[in-house]
Design a binder for this molecule. Sequence first.
Ligand code: ZN
Length: 403
Amino acid sequence: MKKQYLLFIVLAGLLTFFCACKNETAYKTLIITGQNNHNWKASSPVLKQILDETGLFSSEIITTPDKGGDMKAFNPDFSKYKLVVIDYNGDSWSDKTNNAFVEYVRNGGGVVLYHAADNSFPSWKEYNEMSGLGGWGDRNQKDGPYVYYKNNQLVTDTSAGNGGSHGKRREFLVRTRITDHPITRGLPEAWLHGTDELYSQLRGPAKNMQILATAFADSAAGGGTMRDEPMLMAITFGKGRIFHTTMGHADEGGGPSMHCAGFIITLQRGAEWATTGEVTQKVPWDFPSSAGVVLRSDFKELTLEEAITNIGSYDIVKSTKNLSYLQNKIRSLAGDEQGLLKLEKMMVKVLTGKETTIEAKKLLLRELSWMGSDYSVPAIKALESDAELKDEAEFALSRLQTK
Ligand code: ZN
């Protein structure tokens, strides 16, 4: 009995040791929320999941007192953290807390500002220097210039006017402007983002700020400025680094803006850069292209099976989104015959599936026509008798047989 007890103590001790080690290697991260004109109860757990998913961060969520509450009670010890994520837009913090936060960043603390965090604290000078650009909260020419791209030129515009606007929520193309920054290195030049607000007309001090990516605010979507508006920014303040993403307007469960693989991956990369100045994460293969949005159902990298199944079960619009993922995979397998055959088998399985829509079959036939092998031929031949697919099947067969 005594021996067993001793063994238990030793095992418990070892377990504590390993758990402690695990926590020590991940960057301790504080997500601040509790007030927002947005659904912070939906967004904050998603931010935590996205960051912790990398294995690099170990995050905790802290909530401020409610609106009108005693802010003196909100006094976190920032020095315990490597990264602070702001998902907050509400009452001013106490001077003591503000000063502690400024000190934390000045001394090299990392910060991520997410979506409406750039609406926050319009009269806190240092915070606005950290965000670079902000909106709403009576911001206007007194707060700094508008900054945007127009005809591919970076414009600093001191004209009078309010800061902050967005048109109707929609999918939009994000364009990488600085390709050799650690955050954007290896990302496509342009990629389609899941349905979101396109923040526009932001203005602020814009000091020590690099605009990494922009999006065109088309007036056709209502209220568009016809400018390329900043989406992702990298800012320095003292020894500290700030990653500012204007994207990710949250619905219940996160919604398409937060499920977008482009949002997730840029957030993960931006958070690492803010913490260390470098990015060690590889760009995952489901990063979207300009051909279509990639939505991750559970924020984790899509599996091949998920992507191909999605193509089969959706209508043409949704199939196209997953098609871009499949096309990425086909490209990445160039020269790998075994890998391509495995992929081809999965595609044929969906092609012949009872649930697969006609539009999806057409998409798959087009892909198989150039990447397929003899393996696909019997399945495609069987589709020649289907009036709706006859043309596509014949086309695919003619290409496959002339290979
Ligand atoms: Zn919003």
